[in-house]
Design a protein around this ligand. Structure first.
Ligand SMILES: NC(=O)c1ccc[n+]([C@@H]2O[C@H](COP(=O)([O-])OP(=O)(O)OC[C@H]3O[C@@H](n4cnc5c(N)ncnc54)[C@H](O)[C@@H]3O)[C@@H](O)[C@H]2O)c1
Length: 252
């Protein structure tokens, strides 16, 4: 798919990797629908993207079915259809499954802590993917859906909730590629390793050093390297049902 003139929806598009992927799409001449819960950050993202291309912003919680349905219906009308979706909104609520001290149980990961991550990172991807695909099929548009997974999908200390959601995202990617291929819709996933963001910049230098040394490339990833991967998936018409691991060769 050539992104020129295409309508691309990005969830969690107000900052971080979502905004970087929005900049990549804008540079290719796409028009953008950015969905996020953070209104002020969304406004700032729109300003940063400039007025060379059409950018519309939508405030919605991707985990709430009625909000997702209404938002995608509005985008479908505002842009006369949807060509691409990047399912990027995500949260972290890290914690150990169980914490014991001197044989005594100190704490457990609560159901709320588990469920909140599943709601945004897995159910949110399901709802947005479903609505975007429905719009594409209804209008006979051949589209592309990209789901953000993570290197943590294979399991990671302190991330029962996140790892489960990110593994589920890959399973949905393969399933949708098989189900939607007949409509000309391709579906891919990106599994980033640790990417340099405001969060990693705020880490203690020793902790960041340790992380960097774990990687054969000896540094953290850059958001632009994830955006480059999204561009590859959009543009390569033979790519579907697979996950691109872009993690500097880290093993967790
Ligand atoms: N940054 C990394 O190192 C890294 C590594 C692997 C995977 N990822 C994945 O990439 C994606 C983006 O990560 P990031 O680092 O840019 O995160 P971020 O926290 O900087 O941005 C996430 C955005 O999603 C929005 N959001 C959160 N919950 C939402 C909801 N319920 N509805 C709508 N919007 C919501 C936030 O407001 C925010 O703008 C996530 O799915 C994350 O799991 C990131």
């Amino acid at each position: 798919m050539n992104l020129q003139g295409k309508t691309i929806v990005i969830t969690g598009g107000a900052q971080g990797l979502g905004l970087e992927m929005a900049k990549m799409c804008a540079a290719q001449g796409a028009q953008l629908a950015l969905i996020d819960m953070n209104e002020s950050q969304l406004q700032q993202a729109k300003t940063e993207l400039g007025n060379q291309i059409t950018v519309r912003t939508y405030i919605a919680n991707v985990a709430v079915e009625a909000e997702v349905e209404a938002t995608f219906a509005a985008i479908d009308t505002d842009f006369d259809g949807i060509d691409g979706l990047i399912n990027n909104a995500g949260i972290l609520r890290d914690g150990l499954l169980l914490k014991f001290k001197d044989g005594e149980l100190q704490s457990k990961m609560s159901l709320q802590q588990f469920q909140s991550v599943i709601d945004v990172n897995l159910t949110g991807v399901f709802l947005c993917g479903r609505e975007a695909a429905a719009s594409m099929v209804k209008r006979g548009r051949k589209g592309v859906i990209i789901n953000m997974s993570s290197v943590a999908r294979s399991g990671n200390m302190g991330q029962t909730n996140y790892a489960a959601a990110k593994a589920g995202v890959v399973a949905m990617t393969v399933t949708w590629a098989r189900e939607l291929g007949r409509y000309g819709i391709r579906v891919g996933a990106i599994a980033p390793g640790v990417i340099r963001t405001a969060m990693t910049d705020a880490m203690k230098p020793e902790a960041r050093d340790r992380l960097e040394k774990m990687k054969p490339v000896g540094r953290l990833g850059e958001a632009s390297e994830i955006a480059h991967t999204a561009k590859y998936i959009f543009e390569n018409d033979f790519f579907t049902g697979r996950v691109v691991e872009i993690d500097g060769g880290i093993s967790m």
